[in-house]
Design a protein around this ligand. Sequence first.
Ligand SMILES: *Cc1c(COP(=O)(O)O)cnc(C)c1O
Length: 394
Amino acid sequence: MAQYPEFNPQPRILLGPGPSNVSPRVLKAMASPVLGHLDPDYVALMEDIKKLLRAVFQTANEITFPVSGTGSAGMESALASLIEEGDEAVVGVNGVFGTRAADCAERLGARVHRVEAEWGRIVEPAQIEAALKACKRPKLVAVVHAETSTGVLQPVEEIARLAHQHGALMVLDAVTSLGCIPVHIDQWQIDACYSCTQKGLSAPPGLAPLTLSERALAAMRARKSKCRSWYLDVSMIAQYWGAERVYHHTAPISMNYALYEALRIVLEEGLEARWRRHRQNAAALQAGLAAMGLAFVAQEGHRLPQLSAVAVPAGVGEAAIRTALLRTYNMEIGAGLGPFKGKVWRIGLMGESSRRENVVLVLNALEQLLTAAGVEIARGRALAAADAVYAQSA
Ligand SMILES: *Cc1c(COP(=O)(O)O)cnc(C)c1O
């Protein structure tokens, strides 16, 4: 097997938009023996996963389980299960992931009202309200909580209120928010929400936690046509995750072991403590980036703690710096997407990756590489700014 050597990847410091670093506890859980998907011991684990997911989503929703597939499968599952041909959908579009939700809803037969905001800005509730008023019978409103392409944190409570005022369901993309920042499904009255395993929860990619309210369930039951997706039809998957245990597809067993352990870690730390850790490390990173003279893409007051998008300084090779970070410092950060390609870096501090040592490492590495690329930076100022944040909050 000389031409096929064993694959032994070097562990990296993952500071991109996901995946984030995975705890050894989670990796160990994945090495446990594979059980059958209807094995009583596995079924007991499924019940515990639902309970832990409800705690992390802050919900009492009965329908709360991981969809097989990454975050995008969660998006498609939620939208496909709710949308019928001709339904009106109001979708906030201020980055890549809102664009995708609009595209997905359209492919499922919805008449989509795109509510656009400049990339880097939030979608204003008043814009959503205007779109709702322009609809005859809006079926749903969908927005992205944490727009990973720009680093914008979208306020959602008021939009949920507006959606319900107009008789629409509220759908939330929490792919980059769950496990990093507060997500209050019941308190905010979110009807459908999906996430992923590889960002705030720090498990490998492969599952999409999903939760649906009673209101969303009622809409699903009232469908006149079958869900357009067979694999992602929540009403069928729910029969496997519910008491009936009807086989639908073989569950990704080992990924569910990983999710269970990752959720245990989240709740051991405690949601409040975890959100605080993300806020504190982000404040230090963002103070350091600003001290280096880097400009943020997201508007002030609406910046995500778990992802900072900054403009690449003029004359600096965007990809060259990322390659040097990887080769010299063993560290991954993200590139810009769509119109931000070649213009933006995205630095993630998600889940396990949100640590003080990573903040110090990435600031130091960036400072060295940018200085070598000819950018004038007062060496040490970024770290001093980050230190000051930690000193203040100590
Ligand atoms: C990453 C991401 C997705 C897509 O998730 P995948 O796991 O890559 O399929 C969707 N929405 C947002 C906001 C994301 O950041």
